[in-house]
Design a protein around this ligand. Structure first.
Ligand code: SME
Length: 161
């Protein structure tokens, strides 16, 4: 199946998951499974959520698929993850070896994308994906991952967050 068709199919499946999941947690669990299983270059997929009330703020590992990571708590001044959460911007890194912010999770990781999750315009967490392939996150992949992060934000809003 060409990658564009795969992206479109997974986009639709993610939307179906958002409709069928009862809670944001259920959606996040199913979303990481879907992306990890169906997208061949998504080798680690996980959510980091801001710990409510933590001062200074810290990202805490939530639902994930892939190898266990040493980074279960990430302050906002560390890593690609901290950069995305503190700026509220998607961060795409084509070659992690060239980015001094990168916190290594697996020696095999070559590229990474981190997309913030917003609730009522505020960052509450993020969707982080690592690939064993360089520059895996082309614009069409960026669009898919942003779509998935937005679905989770909407689900959190619907749940009263
Ligand atoms: N690489 C991330 C850390 C999380 S692991 O990839 C799972 C970062 O630089 O923030």
């Amino acid at each position: 199946m060409p990658v564009a068709d795969r992206v479109e199919e997974v986009r639709t499946q993610a939307m179906q998951l958002a409709q069928s999941s009862f809670t944001p947690d259920e959606l996040m669990q199913k979303m990481v499974k879907l992306l990890h299983q169906r997208m061949l270059k998504y080798n680690w997929v996980g959510f980091y959520m801001l710990e409510p009330g933590a001062q200074p703020p810290v990202l805490v590992l939530g639902a994930f698929e892939g190898a266990m990571t040493p980074h279960t708590r990430i302050p906002l001044n560390q890593g690609i993850c901290g950069a995305a959460a503190s700026s509220g911007q998607t961060v795409v890194v084509d070659d992690v070896r060239k980015d001094p912010r990168y916190l290594a999770c697996s020696l095999e990781t070559k590229s990474e994308i981190v997309v913030p999750v917003f609730v009522h315009g505020e960052v509450v967490g993020e969707l982080d994906i690592d690939s064993h392939f360089p520059a895996a996150f082309t614009p069409e992949h960026q669009e898919l991952v942003k779509h998935c992060a937005a679905l989770v934000g909407k689900k959190l809003e619907a749940a009263g967050r």
